[in-house]
Design a protein around this ligand. Sequence first.
Ligand code: RP5
Length: 149
Amino acid sequence: MGSTSDWNVMSGATTILDEFGVEYEKRVLSAHRTPREVEEWASGARERGLCTIIAGAGGAAHLAGVIAAYTTLPVIGVPVKSRSLEGLDSLLSMVQMPPGIPVATVGIDGAKNAALLAVEFMAITDPEMKNRLDAFREKQARNVLESQI
Ligand code: RP5
């Protein structure tokens, strides 16, 4: 994530990854404030064994796009709600990538869905992850059907 101020949102991703038993790296790196470190971290991501990168940032949210420029791993961007423009700036900064460098952008503050999407990528080849996803969906549906108003 681009700042510690994004943690309140981005912790939603780690909650999901913990629930699914997925190991991850968790870093604060800024496309604008620490560009060299972003390059170094993203360039070595595949060699360190990562399979998907989730990048959350707000405002002029360039982190996901810059990371995507330095790796061919799939990058999922989370536009974090900003103080001035409610996250519309974050969303538009992130979603309109030029052809050739994709970022899969989820909704504003959509860190949980970013993590679920990453798990779905893993489940393409990992039957255990597929089972966990099925169980997650079943539990979610049960909660809806059993909800009281
Ligand atoms: C972005 O600027 C960060 O991702 C954060 O959402 C926003 C504000 O950062 P802080 O000023 O709170 O550190 O780079």
